[in-house]
Ligand binder design. Structure first.
Ligand code: ADP
Ligand code: ADP
Length: 228
């Protein structure tokens, strides 16, 4: 469960990115976050990752109050989250296997666990045959599937996706969307910021729309609602 209570974020230049946001996301929900560029979508994601701190308000994730976490507790907290970005962010000098393994090495998983888990994750995203290749040898859609496998390697309860289909063509976007939907159906909470209108309109999930730092719409089985 995720809860933002009266959350505001003012960046150093006095730019108000979020103002008094209240948002509750239950375990297992799928939520699209939509809105124009600069609306505050990425700021919400960064707050949830504890990458930036709110100026005001409280944020709870799985019972942990983020603003009260000690520095040494942050890595432990982040195990609750898997994150996927528009630009994949794979390590170019490591193989597909090593990219997924890297997420597990960070939390000091045993090599036995890593050898068992990484192939499972690559199978989940349909990439077992590419384990020994390097990111540049893969298509964009395949690279994003690696990023998803990496995000899920430590079995997080929440998958955060920031424009995951932003660099992909429509068919490939749908393949990625299908994987993300399956992950959600298996119980993982999914929060996805996106400009992909067709996907939002067809998926009929909860839609939270943000404009100028304010939630202007929160619909179950919602629509994208913008023309861009
Ligand atoms: P979105 O993801 O919806 O495009 P962002 O959350 O990135 O929006 O940005 C919200 C607002 O905050 C924008 O006006 C942006 O310019 C501003 N902003 C984002 N990050 C910073 C930062 N690090 N410093 C100052 N202003 C920022
Ligand atoms: P509901 O009545 O379903 O809760 P709203 O009253 O929030 O929905 O919005 C009514 C309709 O207006 C929605 O279908 C939505 O697509 C559209 N809409 C709402 N807010 C915006 C917005 N900021 N930009 C574009 N369309 C919007």
């Amino acid at each position: 469960m995720i809860e933002l209570k009266n959350v505001s974020k003012v960046y150093r230049n006095n730019h108000i990115a979020l103002s008094n946001i209240n948002l509750t996301i239950k375990k297992g929900e799928f939520v699209f976050v939509v809105g124009p560029s600069g609306a505050g979508k990425s700021t919400i994601i960064k707050l949830l990752m504890k990458e930036v701190e709110p100026t005001n308000g409280e944020i709870y994730v799985n019972g942990m109050k983020l603003t009260e976490l000690k520095r040494k507790e942050v890595p432990y907290f982040r195990r609750n989250l898997g994150v996927v970005f528009q630009d994949f962010r794979l390590l170019q000098d490591r193989t597909i296997f090593e990219n997924v393994a890297f997420a597990m090495e960070i939390i000091e998983a045993s090599s036995r666990e890593i050898k068992k888990r990484v192939p499972q994750m690559l199978t989940l995203v349909g990439l077992s045959s590419k384990a020994n290749q390097y990111p540049h040898q893969l298509s964009g859609g395949e690279q994003q599937r690696v990023a998803i496998a990496r995000a899920l390697a430590n079995n997080p309860s929440i998958l955060i996706c920031d424009e995951p289909t932003g660099n992909l063509d429509p068919d490939t976007s749908w393949e990625i969307m299908k994987i993300i939907d399956d992950i959600n159906k298996s119980g993982t909470t999914v929060i996805m910021a996106t400009h992909a209108r067709d996907i939002v309109d067809k998926m009929k999930k909860r839609v939270v729309a943000i404009e100028k730092g304010v939630i202007v719409r929160d619909q179950q089985r919602g629509v994208y609602g913008y023309e861009d």
